[in-house]
Design a protein around this ligand. Structure first.
Ligand SMILES: C[S@@+](CC[C@H](N)C(=O)[O-])C[C@H]1O[C@@H](n2cnc3c(N)ncnc32)[C@H](O)[C@@H]1O
Length: 237
């Protein structure tokens, strides 16, 4: 297989062996869909950050962050726009957004260790105006509302691997997103588990497709494909 362009770090990890692109019904549950998995992972990353200042894993690589920033710039998203990073992990994307001038930022994650790590990472960069909260996106009790932009980098992928009733969980995600976004607000999703077609299908009701962002491509057996999909949607009522 011939990989082209940028690094897609993290994708193999989240799909797990033999769990590449599948139809909706093909996904099996995985420990990657559990809060305990992420809590353990970020607990380790937090220790490493405190020891040596390494922020840890950047899912889908640095390129995945600059791709989103490039889109925001081209779409003229105002700097004071309300932005939610869903499942922020180590908060690296929040750091990049803040450094690019965005001033109304919130990151949420259901892992307490992730929240502590993201706060530490932001603090180390002197970015103290960014809000990071421990919230389960699927059960936010109406706390997340009025966002102009919601960004998801690998979180819907993780949610899709939840060992509980995954179809119901995926639908819960869509409903939570509808509640969080303002009318005409944008949703930027980066996924390695779902194809463009599957994401268009999942986010069809209440959303309008805006554009696909170019991602690294590979060639295999004469066929071209993308290992990561990045799409922009708009919330419509
Ligand atoms: C693949 S990691 C991606 C982290 C980060 N977005 C990044 O790009 O580095 C998935 C993240 O989603 C978080 N997550 C999964 N399910 C969640 C939920 N229901 N509510 C909030 N966060 C969740 C995990 O704790 C983890 O931080």
């Amino acid at each position: 297989m011939e990989e082209t362009t940028e690094n897609t770090h993290g994708c193999g990890d989240i799909s797990g062996p033999g769990e590449d692109r599948c139809s909706d019904n093909d996904f099996g549950p995985s420990k990657l869909g559990t809060r305990q998995y992420w809590e353990d992972a970020y607990q380790k990353e937090l220790e490493t950050f405190k020891d040596i200042g390494d922020v840890g894993e950047i899912w889908f690589g640095e390129g995945s962050m600059s791709r989103i920033l490039r889109w925001m710039e081209r779409a003229n998203i105002p700097e004071n726009t309300a932005i939610l990073d869903i499942g922020t992990g180590n908060g690296a994307l929040l750091v990049e957004l803040a450094k690019s001038g965005y001033s109304n930022l919130m990151g949420i994650d259901y892992s307490p260790a992730s929240v502590e790590l993201a706060k530490n990472v932001l603090q180390a960069e002197d970015l103290t105006d960014v809000t990071v909260k421990e919230v389960d996106f699927l059960n936010s009790q109406g706390e997340l509302k009025g966002f102009d932009v919601c960004i998801d980098k690998g979180t819907f992928d993780a949610v899709s691997l939840n060992p509980d009733n995954t179809n119901q969980v995926k639908q819960l995600y869509v409903e939570a997103l509808k509640d969080a976004l303002k009318d005409q607000g944008h949703f930027a999703i980066t996924s390695c588990n779902w194809t463009k077609e599957q994401l268009l299908d999942r986010f069809s009701d209440g959303f309008e497709f805006v554009q696909e962002l170019p991602t690294p491509s590979f060639q295999f057996g004469g066929k071209k494909g993308n290992s990561v999909t990045a799409l922009i949607f708009k919330r419509v009522h």
